[in-house]
Structures are given as structure tokens and as C-alpha cells.
Design a protein around this ligand. Structure first.
Ligand SMILES: Nc1nc2c(ncn2[C@@H]2O[C@H](COP(=O)(O)OP(=O)(O)OP(=O)(O)O)[C@@H](O)[C@H]2O)c(=O)[nH]1
Ligand SMILES: [Mg+2]
Length: 716
């Protein structure tokens, strides 16, 4: 394998909605570059990129795949990302090592919701985007409509670098206005011809637009443009490079990945015009230092992906961020400070690995047998203490509880889930002590089906998915008082403890209690001690010692608090955690011989429980901020579905051809939302959700929950 210098490297990620043709296009690029001599296809399950068994079964990409192609003495690193939103984690982690995104758009459908989602991801990360209109060979291909939808979505910076001569069945020719030539393909073979007279005017007009856009992105070019009334091909190229880097233009290319039309010309553009890694702004390390993508600098690399492969085990994929990485090199994991040796260095195309001696700054490669290094880690030469920031993934939006079918498989399951999280950080595993369930959070139904597939086929663990419980909370809405005497006389030493307390709802910033009225009684309290406890499950417990005259010794106060805490952890209504309560202990009794800690713990717990039940207890439920993006024609259906989910709509607005609905929705109503939203809108909507707050559940639901809890208690 040849060693490529930084200026000869281009890092490209393929984006686009599911089925837009990324994997097929990648296959065509590898074929055009001669890396493979036979082209695979999706139906035959033999593409280089979709090589995992699950991808064969599903006939779509599930993971991002690292590939490369060589062309014109340059190397194009390609990451083929999956299009389905369930696997958005792979898209996001593929952005980090790449410099430019090729956004594939299916010419039969134009911009789809998946295109929108991924365009936003690219925009948020400031990623330059080249648009590739694909499937132009399809009988239903419509180039003009596709461009209209692109302009609506990406704005007026969408400019044609090419247009098809004969879109539809038999598509084989494109006109390129950078070179001002016509490219006629027969398979991967290409003839370069003069533009036929009938297309000359259109080509000139399209070229003008491109030149103007290119000039707009570079002041010098603008001057040259006005002086010479145009730009040369080289000037145009440098204008496009500049325009791409600052996202001032989104040039459009025309291809059929399936029929290899336009692909080699697109690769020529990639190698000639796309910025190399050193031309891109150097991203900062965690401490803010800028590390230049420079092969003569100190060596460092960033790990963006981990996979487990048959025969070789764990393989990590990285981008060389600076310096040069050579085989046998010793590096330090700058997070753990452990030493790691790069015993083998590879370039990869799917499962095909080729050894290389050296990779320079900007290049992408893989290695195996690292001891304790994972995705998001930085390895650097000793003394170079750099750490690159990890990747921020979106919040999960689908949850299930996992149960092993065979008792005793739990440990095996735990190990497998941890491994799967390493491979796919958007699978989040929560061992909920509170709900007594293992809850897996993911991006959607297919995402969690993928996990089940792995548990079954790879880890050989039989599991069931069951409905996840909801982490309810309990609190009170008014003041209440209770006395409780715990007394036990049995043979030898007895037990005695008596506690009088008042409890009330706690809100941030309230004054300490002084005079408390309850019914027709008044309690004058003088605070001797105050403890504020932030509860591990959210909310607070504030404990006031208002005991006068030593009716309960100070040594018993911690036991009383402990009793209250026990009850908070196992709320009186449904066994859920209780929160946001303050407790005033103001009186009680001791016995000179029989009083001990256990007696006061029990007295505290039971007094609290009694008071709680009289204090207008309420069940609270987690509520999420949910944003739904939906095409206008489906707005009504989505809205009425949301209303059925007890949603409270907070606002509506239009955004790039979509209506955005912002609502607060209880988690209990969001079960399988992604699946039903998808069925209501035929997969044309998207949403995200994030925890907002706890809110009281409606009375009828509270009654139902309490009834269910009482029944469960009885069963136990
Ligand atoms: N007619 C035609 N069909 C194509 C073309 N490219 C891909 N297809 C077909 O479209 C389907 C999806 O192609 P893929 O390459 O798997 O698309 P993808 O974008 O990788 O899909 P995901 O991995 O699910 O995101 C397959 O059946 C392909 O054969 C094309 O240029 N023309
Ligand atoms: Mg694919």
C-alpha cells in the first residue's frame, strides 16, 4: 500500500436518507478506482460496505463502514453511513474524521426527511456539503423537481456543477460546467465530448451561476471575475474549494451509482477540488489548543469507532490528527495515561484490511489489540498531552426493558450490553435499581431490534423485551401532622420511641418554619438544626430539628432521619421515590431504658408515612420536551395523535418546509412513539425528546396506579 501525504488525502462521508444509494455509490467508487474488479450489489448481499450479516438480512446499512479508493495518485477515504434515523449515531461519529459530506439525494423522490435530518447534522458541525443527485437512471427520476426541493431545503447556495443530458431509463450522459465538457458513460468507461450545440446555451447559463457563486466566496476572485468577465477553470476550482469550506455553496453532481454513470468524474472532482484535511480549520483539543493537521508535528490520533470482528476481535478506527503513526509505535492514551502499542496498522475497505507501515496526519486507519482504549480516546506520543473532545450523541428516544429468558444469564447479558454500547454509544444501558429493570435506551424500534439480533445471534443470549416501567415520584401538596409511638415489650429489653412531626411541601427559597397553623391548632417552632438533602433521584428533603427541652436526645435524631429516608425511597402510594418535602420534628418521648436507635427509626418512618398520607399526596411523572417535525399535510394527524398522548402543545412554527410542533408529553405516553409517528406520516416526520420536569399525574391515573401497586403488593 502506497503511503499518501496529507495533501493527497480527501476524507469524505456519504450521507443521505435510507435507500438513497450510498452503499451502491461507494461500491461504484471502489470499482472505478480498481480496488475491486467486480461490483457487488445490495440484492446479492456482496457489497464491500454492507458486509455484516445483519446488513445482509435487512438489505440496508446498520453501521458506518470505512472504505477508501485511490484515484489520480490521491487517496479518498470514504465512510458510508447508514441512512435510517435509528442509526444516526453512526452518522454523527462519521462526521468527526471526515472533512466533507457527499449528500446523496434520490432523484425519484428529491429531498426526504432523512436528507433533512442529516443536513441539520452537517450544518451543526459546519461540515461542507457536496450534493450528489443519484439514481438518475431510474424511470421516475426527475432532476428539476429534485433541484427545486434542494433549493427549498438548502437555500439559494445550491448551484449546479453538472446537469443530466438524458435522465431516466438509458441515462448515460452529463454536462459538466467546470470543465465545460459532456461525459458519456458506458459502464464505467467514459468518453469526454464537446457539449452538443443544443445544450450550449444552458451550459453557459449554468456555468455563469456557478462562477458567480465561486467568486462570491473569495474577494480576489470577485475582482478577477469583474475584470476578466469570467474565471478560468483553475480560478473556478479554487473558488469552489473556498465556497465549500465556508459552506457558502452546495455544488450539485449527477450520477447513477448503480450504472456507474458520473462516478469517476465525481471522484476526479473530489481529488482536484475538495479540500485536503490540512486545508480545513484545525479543531481544538479539549483544553482549547489548536493542533494543526501537519505530518511534521508530534503524533496524535483520535478513535472514532470501535467494532468487533470475527477472527480478530476488537478493531478500532482512528484518524491521524497530527504527525505520523508508524507500525510498532508506542503511544499513550491521554485519558488513562496507559501505554498502547500500535502493533499492526491497517487501511480498511469494509472487512478487507491491508497493512501499511505508516499513516500521516489527516489519514484514516485502524488497529487491533489495544489494551484499554475505546471510542473517543486520544492516543499521542509520550510528552504530547493532548486530548480531543468526544462526540456528542443525540438524546435517546426509545426505551425497552430487557429480561433474560434463562435465569442465570444476567451476567452474560451485562457483558454483552456493555460491549454493544462500546460499538454503538447511542445504545444506552441503565441498570435501574428503582424500577428493578435493565432499561435500554436507543434511537428507535429498529435500533433495539438490531440489539436483540446481536444478543441472539452473536452473544447467544435469549432475551425478551418488556414494557419499561416509568420512574414515578411521589410528593405532598399540603401540611399534615402525625405522632407515632413505637413500643415493644418482649421478655428482656424492650423498644420505645415516640416522634411528633409536621410535614409540608418544599419549594426552593421558602423561609424556615416559625409558626405553623394546622386546622385550629397552632405550633410554635424554634429551629435548632436544619439539614438539606439533595436526593439522588432528584428533589429535596429538608429536615428541621425543632425539639425543645430534650424530649428526644440528639443521638436519636439521625435514626429518625434514616427512618424518613427509608420511606422516601419507597413512597407510600406506589413505592416510587418521594421528593420535595420538609419535615419538622418538634416533640416526642424517650424511655430511660428501652429507647434505642431502632425504635426511633421505626417511629420516624411510621410517623412520616402517616403524615404523608394525610398531606394530599400526589404522584408525579416525568414529562419530556418533544419537538416533532412534520410535513404540513400530516400536521392534523400528528396533532391529534399527540393530544391522545396527553401532550400540551407549547408552540408551532415553520422551518424549511416542515412544521415544527413543540409539546410537553408524559414519558408514559411516549412508549413506541417513533414507530407510530412513522406509521402516521409514512416515515416523513422526525422528532426528538429531552427530559423536562416532573409533573403531577391526573387524578384518575393516580387512582389507577395506586390500585395497581396495591395489587402487586398483595401478590408479593
Ligand atoms: N435505479 C437505481 N437504483 C439504485 C441506485 N443506487 C442504489 N439503488 C438501489 O436502491 C436501493 C438502496 O441502495 P443502497 O445503496 O443500499 O442505499 P443506501 O443509501 O446505502 O441505503 P441505507 O444504507 O439504508 O441508508 C438498492 O436496491 C439499490 O440497488 C441507482 O443509482 N439507480
Ligand atoms: Mg447503505
Amino acid at each position: 500500500m502506497k503511503i499518501y501525504t496529507t495533501d493527497k488525502i480527501k476524507n469524505l462521508v456519504l450521507l443521505g436518507s435510507g435507500g438513497s444509494g450510498k452503499t451502491t455509490f461507494a461500491e461504484s467508487m471502489l470499482f472505478a478506482s480498481g480496488l475491486i474488479d467486480r461490483k457487488g450489489d445490495i440484492a446479492s448481499k456482496n457489497t464491500v460496505s454492507d458486509y455484516q450479516t445483519i446488513e445482509h438480512e435487512n438489505e440496508n446499512s446498520v453501521f458506518s463502514t470505512v472504505l477508501y479508493a485511490e484515484q489520480n495518485g490521491k487517496k479518498i477515504n470514504i465512510i458510508d453511513a447508514p441512512g435510517a434515523d435509528d442509526y444516526v449515531g453512526s452518522v454523527i461519529s462519521s462526521m468527526r474524521p471526515t472533512d466533507i459530506a457527499a449528500m446523496l439525494v434520490n432523484a425519484t423522490s428529491g429531498v426526504e426527511v432523512g436528507t433533512e435530518i442529516q443536513a441539520r447534522i452537517a450544518e451543526n458541525r459546519n461540515h461542507p456539503v457536496v450534493i450528489v443527485v443519484n439514481q438518475l437512471d431510474h424511470e421516475k427520476a426527475n432532476f428539476e423537481n429534485t433541484i427545486d426541493s434542494l433549493k427549498q431545503s438548502f437555500g439559494s447556495d445550491v448551484v449546479l456543477a453538472q446537469f443530466p443530458v438524458n435522465a431516466g431509463e438509458g441515462f448515460d450522459s452529463i454536462i459538466d460546467v467546470i470543465t465545460m465538457k459532456m461525459y458519456k458513460f458506458s459502464g464505467a468507461k467514459c468518453e469526454i465530448l464537446d457539449i452538443p450545440a443544443e445544450f450550449a446555451d444552458k451550459a453557459a447559463e449554468v456555468q455563469n451561476e456557478l462562477i458567480e457563486k465561486a467568486a462570491e466566496n473569495d474577494e480576489n476572485l470577485m475582482e478577477i471575475f469583474f475584470e476578466n468577465d469570467g474565471l478560468t477553470e483553475d480560478e473556478m476550482r479554487s473558488g469552489i474549494t473556498a465556497g465549500l469550506i465556508n459552506r457558502g455553496m452546495f455544488p450539485v453532481f449527477c450520477v447513477s451509482g448503480l450504472k456507474d454513470v458520473g462516478v469517476s468524474r465525481f471522484m476526479e472532482f473530489v481529488t482536484n477540488v475538495l479540500p485536503s484535511p490540512a486545508e480545513m480549520p484545525a479543531p481544538a483539543a479539549i483544553d482549547g489548543t489548536e493542533v494543526k493537521c501537519d505530518a511534521s508535528g508530534k503524533a496524535s490520533l483520535f478513535i472514532f469507532k470501535t467494532a468487533v470482528e470475527e477472527h480478530i476481535g476488537e478493531i478500532v478506527y482512528f484518524k491521524v490528527r497530527s504527525g505520523e503513526i508508524t507500525e510498532g509505535m508506542d503511544l499513550i492514551n491521554t485519558r488513562t495515561e496507559n501505554k498502547e502499542r500500535i502493533s499492526q496498522l491497517y487501511v480498511v475497505a469494509g472487512k478487507k484490511r491491508e497493512k501499511v507501515e505508516k499513516l500521516v496526519a489527516g489519514d484514516i486507519g485502524a488497529t487491533v489489540k489495544l489494551k484499554a482504549t475505546k471510542t473517543d480516546d486520544t492516543l499521542a506520543v509520550a510528552g504530547f498531552n493532548v486530548q480531543y473532545p468526544g462526540v456528542a450523541f443525540p438524546h435517546p428516544k426509545y426505551r425497552v426493558a430487557v429480561k433474560t429468558v434463562v435465569e442465570g444469564d444476567e451476567e452474560k447479558l451485562g457483558d454483552a450490553l456493555n460491549k454493544m454500547h462500546e460499538i454503538d454509544p447511542t445504545l444506552i444501558i441503565e441498570y435501574s435499581k428503582e424500577l428493578k429493570q435493565i432499561i435500554v435506551h436507543g434511537q428507535g424500534e429498529y435500533h433495539l431490534r438490531m440489539l436483540k439480533w446481536y444478543l441472539d445471534k452473536v452473544y447467544k443470549i435469549d432475551v425478551n423485551y418488556v414494557d419499561p416501567k416509568i420512574p414515578y415520584r411521589e410528593t405532598i401538596t399540603k401540611r399534615a401532622q402525625a405522632d407515632y409511638r413505637h413500643k415493644k415489650q418482649s421478655g428482656g429489653s424492650g423498644q420505645f420511641g415516640e416522634v411528633h412531626m409536621i410535614i409540608e411541601p418544599y419549594t426552593e427559597g421558602m423561609d424556615d418554619p416559625k409558626m405553623i397553623k394546622l386546622g385550629d391548632k397552632e405550633y410554635k417552632l424554634s429551629v435548632r438544626g436544619k439539614e438539606e438533602h439533595d436526593l439522588p433521584w432528584g428533589g429535596k428533603l429538608v429536615f428541621f430539628n425543632c425539639i425543645v427541652g430534650g424530649s428526644i436526645d440528639a443521638r436519636f435524631h439521625p435514626a429518625i432521619l434514616k427512618g424518613i429516608m427509608e420511606k422516601l425511597e419507597n413512597g407510600p402510594l406506589t413505592g416510587s421515590y418521594a421528593r420535595d418535602i420538609r419535615v419538622m420534628i418538634y416533640d416526642g418521648k424517650m424511655h430511660p431504658v428501652d429507647s434505642n436507635e431502632i425504635s426511633f427509626k421505626l417511629a420516624g418512618r411510621n410517623a412520616f408515612s402517616m403524615a404523608f398520607k394525610n398531606a394530599g399526596p400526589k404522584i408525579m411523572e416525568p414529562v419530556y420536551n418533544v419537538d416533532v417535525f412534520v410535513p404540513s399535510d400530516r400536521m392534523g394527524d400528528v396533532m391529534s395523535d399527540l393530544q391522545g398522548r396527553r401532550a400540551i402543545v407549547q408552540g408551532m412554527s415553520s422551518e424549511k418546509g416542515f412544521e415544527k410542533i413543540s409539546a410537553k408529553v408524559p414519558l408514559a405516553e411516549m412508549n413506541k412513539y417513533s414507530t407510530s409517528l412513522s406509521s402516521i406520516t409514512a416515515g416523513r416526520a422526525m422528532f426528538n425528546m429531552e427530559f423536562a420536569e416532573y409533573e403531577q399525574v391526573p387524578m384518575e391515573i393516580q387512582t389507577e396506579l395506586m390500585k395497581k401497586f396495591a395489587e402487586e403488593e398483595e401478590e408479593d
